[in-house]
Design a protein around this ligand. Structure first.
Ligand SMILES: [Zn+2]
Length: 107
């Protein structure tokens, strides 16, 4: 999230990476999982980077999201408290993570 890490989000390296990711993955992955091809406007880090440059600039740690999904998933995490960390495939370890629940998400 911008703010604390704004120097990372403002870096030319991130801008290039973000643009390339949206070019390659133009649709929100959560919408795709529900059968909608909504244009993504946010590139999200699947594993929270907490300022870790390897995670921040790792292309496999990125996912395209629409703004509503980005905001709702972040609010959900903040509300419920999701365990950080991911496995070798980049999937969150916490089974309660929205990424692991998209198949049975409501409405
Ligand atoms: Zn979406």
């Amino acid at each position: 999230m911008p703010g604390q890490w704004s120097h990372l989000y403002n870096s030319p390296r991130w801008r290039r990476l973000r643009a390339a990711h949206l070019h390659e993955h133009p649709c929100c992955v959560m919408c795709l999982a529900q059968g909608y091809d909504t244009t993504a406007t946010v590139v999200d880090h699947r594993c929270p980077h907490h300022g870790n440059l390897r995670l921040f600039f790792d292309p496999s740690n990125l996912q395209s999201l629409c703004k509503p999904h980005h905001d709702s998933s972040k609010q959900w995490e903040e509300r419920r408290g999701i365990e950080p960390g991911c496995d070798a495939n980049g999937n969150p370890l916490d089974a309660r993570h929205p990424w692991n629940q998209r198949a049975r998400s409501t409405s």
